[in-house]
Design a protein around this ligand. Structure first.
Ligand SMILES: [Zn+2]
Length: 61
């Protein structure tokens, strides 16, 4: 958790933001908004925590 604010791709700084994620699920497009994530200021990499990913999986099923 110590380096949670560093981008794994570019090493840039991450900032906390709400993002929108698109899924293809059983042939349908599902858009989930307001996902808490960290976004890299350098390359735009979006980092979603493991617990948030689990919540998204739960939503889909
Ligand atoms: Zn980056």
């Amino acid at each position: 958790m110590n380096d949670a604010s560093i981008c794994p791709s570019s090493g840039g700084n991450l900032e906390d933001r709400s993002i929108q994620i698109d899924f293809r699920h059983q042939g349908r497009l599902i858009v989930v908004e307001g996902i808490p994530a960290q976004v890299c200021k350098d390359c735009g990499e979006q980092v979603v925590s493991a617990s948030t990913s689990k919540d998204i999986d739960a939503l889909l099923w």
